[in-house]
Design a protein around this ligand. Structure first.
Ligand SMILES: C[S@@+](CC[C@H](N)C(=O)[O-])C[C@H]1O[C@@H](n2cnc3c(N)ncnc32)[C@H](O)[C@@H]1O
Length: 161
């Protein structure tokens, strides 16, 4: 019984965090964004979602930066980088204080769209993708992710200037 529960919890972690994170690649493909050589920043990454699974998925094609405000989480991300042997940068500060720009800026469970979008716009040269559990309200372009275990939405914004 304990084992069964454990398996279910493991499956939940794999599906809810890892597969959900990688499912963002479907939206990039749907919108015709070529990832080769571009810089991607994950804002408010927490334990590394969706950034780290995306880096595992895309490998060297993608240059990844993680932004996280909480020092303890940043320490975990640095530890994870060494354990996994995967190159990425961790900027341990509030996103508002980051001066750099990235081609693609993504976020997952970062907060309300009215606050998250302006924050991400300040970091983005071209594309913003905001992962959402439910259909975004308002006049936004988005991808609908509809997989056997994952139904979610990714708001997609392309900067025109
Ligand atoms: C709910 S968690 C989501 C973590 C991860 N994206 C996920 O989907 O599991 C939100 C994270 O964003 C971080 N955060 C919130 N506001 C931030 C900001 N302005 N700059 C950087 N990190 C921020 C928090 O510390 C927290 O780790």
């Amino acid at each position: 019984m304990h084992n069964l529960t454990g398996v279910r919890e493991d499956k939940d972690i794999v599906v809810r965090h890892f597969l959900d994170s990688v499912s963002l690649s479907l939206c990039l493909r749907e919108k015709g964004v070529k990832v080769e050589g571009l810089s991607l920043c994950d804002v408010g990454t927490g334990a590394g979602f969706p950034g780290v699974p995306l880096k595992i998925y895309y490998g060297e094609r993608l240059e990844l930066t993680l932004i996280e405000a909480v020092a303890k989480k940043c320490s975990f991300l640095e530890y994870l980088r060494v354990r996994l042997g995967i190159p990425y940068r961790v900027l341990c500060k509030e996103a508002q204080k980051v001066q750099e720009k990235f081609t693609v800026v993504v976020s997952r469970a970062l907060g309300r769209l009215e606050e998250v979008i302006p924050l991400m716009e300040g970091l983005s040269e071209k594309y913003l993708l905001v992962m959402k559990g439910r259909e975004p309200e308002g006049d936004y372009d988005y991808c609908k992710i509809d997989l056997p275990d994952i139904q979610s939405y990714v708001l997609f914004l392309a900067k025109t200037r």
